[in-house]
Design a protein. Structure first.
Length: 123
């Protein structure tokens, strides 16, 4: 599937606050916790729970959300298909970052081990 400019714009203007409850529902329905979700979000973005709540309260768009994020150095290791798109083939940086988050939430909901989700190296 080809990502269009309109698709990228729609994602950029979507608020994190509008999607966040869906993330919680998705992971909790599969027996995971809000705390685990927050851990995954913090790994990707650097946002602790307080900063995350601030962004929700200010109804930050995904564009603002990821502008303020400090993306994890290992984020590029997130690969695969999410929402019909192969992540590593998405040209638009913001859309790719949003799909990184979607993929991590999906992996959490599917019961993947946290160290795998967080792309941690085994020593």
């Amino acid at each position: 599937m080809k990502v269009t400019a309109q698709h990228n714009q729609r994602i950029a203007q979507m608020t994190f606050a509008s999607v966040y409850p869906h993330y919680i529902t998705k992971v909790e329905k599969k027996g995971r916790t809000k705390e685990e979700l927050h851990r995954v979000i913090e790994w990707l973005t650097g946002f602790d729970e307080g900063k995350l709540q601030d962004l929700i309260n200010e109804k930050a768009t995904f564009e603002t959300f990821f502008q303020k994020a400090e993306l994890n150095a290992n984020a590029h290791l997130i690969k695969g298909v999410i929402c019909g798109y192969r992540i590593e083939e998405i040209d638009n940086a913001l859309t790719r970052q949003v799909r990184y988050l979607d993929k991590l939430v999906d992996e959490l909901a599917k019961g993947r081990k946290m160290e795998k989700i967080l792309r941690e190296e085994k020593n």
